[in-house]
Design a protein around this ligand. Structure first.
Ligand code: SPQ
Length: 424
């Protein structure tokens, strides 16, 4: 796909369902009793990987565009998969399912694509082993393929060195099966969809600041779930509306869970016009319609507890910072190095190719904004968030921008280009 400068973007859209929440509906639905019905499920490749894995574990899942029905079998009735499980490109699938598999009375193996084969799994292997799990990286490099021999588990109190919802969730899911309570303390609060959904399914779970504790002997009950729009997908349109001249964009029914809404805070701190309307909170996962308008932006500092609240939005925020007057500093974001690509290196390389004044640091980026961008050939490194970020940059650059490997956008947002073109 090729992009050239736009002079205005206008309109209203609804982005697809939240990826993190969609994954969790499959996992909890599978180990709950009864049929879980999900509306607004994200039909992206990552969530389809979660469906495929649980089908291989003996769970019947009906998937139509309107409704996903998961016929749960209860905590103890998953079946061994005949083949190695394939998590595709999905870190969430790989890490969360490992927590469940660690407690099953059978052996499983799980792998994924070239990107997943580079992503660190010791962050879940270490705590799961402390609980008694028999889990090994087959190549001995701390990555997939993982071999997981289910074992009886014992609760632990784990102090995680990283603020990671995937680490926290893997431990809490294993804790459902453990003897005694299981707690996880994080340095900063990461997204809390697992905790909210576990409670909705009837699990006994206690949250105190950045510590979550789960109790065993659980019985989960199937639920009807409506998945809100993904704020990580809305982020591209928020940025597009703020930096493209003469623009006004409304994104309907976006999830604004306070553990995910850091981008709204940053856009407002940069001087962006961001208006929230029709705020609703009936399910514990609040939503709003968000309108953004072209704005004069100024640089900011993004750091500390804010980082986990916008970790996946940092690539598009780096683009936004190029259009702000002054300097934007992103720090404490070393986790960006272990995502689908090294998102610090890849953002810096591609922004420089477009003429931006940007430098990479050990834990983030420094961006001196206000320098006009020009079109370039962008290498997405098959990272969906990089590809979508540069589509937005390309709409605001002189000349033509081409994005290599942009088919990866289907990981989280299959209809992205169609939705973007609706605003032209
Ligand atoms: O699932 P995956 O591949 O890890 O996806 C990403 C993304 O950009 O879509 C990260 F690469 O999102 C993660 C996110 O960064 C999804 C997630 C979750 O659903 O629990 C949590 C975050 O990762 P982490 O490592 O901080 O727990």
């Amino acid at each position: 796909m090729r992009f050239t400068k736009r002079t205005a973007l206008h309109g209203e859209l609804t982005v697809p369902g939240d990826k993190s929440i969609s994954h969790r509906t499959i996992m909890l639905g599978a180990i709950a009793e009864g049929t879980t019905e999900v509306r607004g499920f994200l039909q992206g490749a990552d969530c389809l990987s979660s469906i495929a894995c649980f089908r291989q574990l003996g769970i019947e899942i009906e998937n139509t565009p309107e409704l996903v029905r998961i016929h749960g079998k209860g905590l103890h009735h998953l079946q061994p998969s005949k083949q190695i499980l394939d998590a595709g490109n999905s870190g969430t699938t790989t890490r969360l399912i490992s927590g469940i598999l660690a407690a099953q009375p059978f052996t499983s193996r799980i792998t994924g694509d070239a990107s997943i084969q580079r992503r660190p799994m010791n962050r879940i292997i270490t705590p799961l082993r402390q609980m008694g799990a028999d889990i090994t990286s087959e190549a001995g490099n701390g990555c997939v393929p993982l071999r997981i021999q289910g074992r009886p588990l014992t609760g632990i109190h784990y102090t995680s060195p990283v603020a990671s919802a995937q680490v926290k969730s893997a431990i809490l899911l294993a804790g459902l099966y453990a003897e005694g309570s299981t707690s996880v303390t994080e340095p900063y609060l990461s997204r809390n969809h697992t905790e909210l959904m576990l409670k909705a399914f009837g699990a006994r779970l206690h949250v105190d600041d950045t510590t979550s504790t789960i109790y065993p002997d659980q019985h989960l009950t199937a639920q009807a779930i409506s998945v809100p729009g993904d704020i990580s997908s809305a982020a591209y349109f928020l940025a597009a509306g703020l930096i493209t001249p003469n623009s006004s964009i409304t994104i309907k029914h976006v999830g604004i869970n306070p553990t995910r809404d850091g981008i709204l805070e940053v856009c407002q701190a940069m001087g962006g016009t961001v208006i929230l309307e029709h705020i609703q909170d009936t399910t514990g996962e609040p939503t709003a319609d968000i309108t953004v308008q072209s704005s004069s932006l100024k640089g900011t500092v993004i750091e500390g507890a804010l980082i986990p609240k916008l970790i996946d939005e940092l690539p598009i925020l780096a683009v936004l910072a190029c259009f702000a007057e002054g300097t934007t500093v992103i720090r404490d974001a070393q986790e960006l190095k272990v995502k689908e690509s090294n998102r610090i290196d890849v953002m810096v390389e591609n922004l420089k190719a477009m003429g931006a004044d940007v430098e990479g640091t050990k834990d983030g980026m420094i961006i001196h904004g206000g320098k006009p961008l020009h079109g370039a050939c962008i290498d997405s490194h098959l990272d969906h968030r990089i590809a979508m970020s540069f589509a937005i940059a390309g709409l605001n650059a002189d000349g033509e921008t081409k994005i290599k490997g942009d088919e990866c956008i289907a990981i989280s947002y299959p209809g992205f280009y169609q939705d973007l073109q609706m605003l032209y």
